[in-house]
Design a protein around this ligand. Structure first.
Ligand code: COA
Length: 176
């Protein structure tokens, strides 16, 4: 996989139909780890959530592989007192295992530590979500610990691994 084929672009309402198609194809896969999936039953849900993100100026990106939308990655919302933020992501299962999300996360870190001026970026994953945990681990994050019963997921509370990366740990040459 050539990392140059992976690009991020802020999501537009026009992307909603393509995103909804991905959600429809991946319901069973996403349900294991994403809490919102069963509430997303119509393309209008995605369209209005993109419109809200645009209004709030939040950083929610489409991930494009060779120009095709394959997933999303976003900051949750900056804690401005502490210049920290968290990252969320999902990828069409058909494109998994090629390093696309690792490359996309790397690009988001460059934006976060660059134009957003963040000092800390955190990623929280269910402890059993090994595909997701692989991303902060591959990108040099530190495992801070395990948040016990931190998320109510599919009828049970699950523990979550909390990872962080500091601005001082991210190469300045890569900051955007
Ligand atoms: C979590 C998720 C985004 C991970 O996607 P992914 O395809 O596994 O992640 P990547 O695109 O970075 O690919 C990593 C894999 O590709 C392999 N790979 C191949 N080429 C690579 C490259 N150039 N660079 C990095 N990894 C590469 C890696 O070895 C790794 O495989 P491994 O896990 O078997 O070791 C995806 O599984 C997903 O959307 N899951 C459902 C939603 C979800 O869980 N979201 C997160 C909630 S916290």
């Amino acid at each position: 996989m050539n990392k140059d084929f992976v690009t991020l672009a802020l999501l537009k309402v026009d992307d909603a139909a393509e995103m909804f198609d991905i959600v429809e194809r991946n319901r069973d896969h996403f349900r294991s780890f994403l809490t919102w999936i069963d509430g997303c039953t119509d393309v209008s849900h995605i369209a209005s959530s993109i419109a809200d993100s645009i209004k709030q100026g939040s950083h929610r990106y489409g991930i494009f592989y060779k120009g095709q939308l394959v997933g999303t990655i976003n900051f949750h919302g900056t804690d401005k007192s502490n210049m920290s933020d968290g990252v969320g992501y999902w990828l069409d299962a058909a494109h998994q295992g090629n390093g696309i999300m690792t490359a996309a996360t790397h690009q988001l870190l460059a934006i976060g530590f660059g134009q957003l001026g963040l000092n800390t970026i955190r990623i929280k994953c269910a402890v059993d979500n090994l595909a997701s945990r692989g991303i902060p681990e591959r990108l040099g994050f530190t495992l801070e610990g395990v948040l016990r019963q931190n998320q109510y997921l599919n009828g049970q509370y699950v523990d979550m691994a909390l990872y962080s990366l500091l601005a001082s740990e991210f190469p300045t040459s890569l900051v955007k």
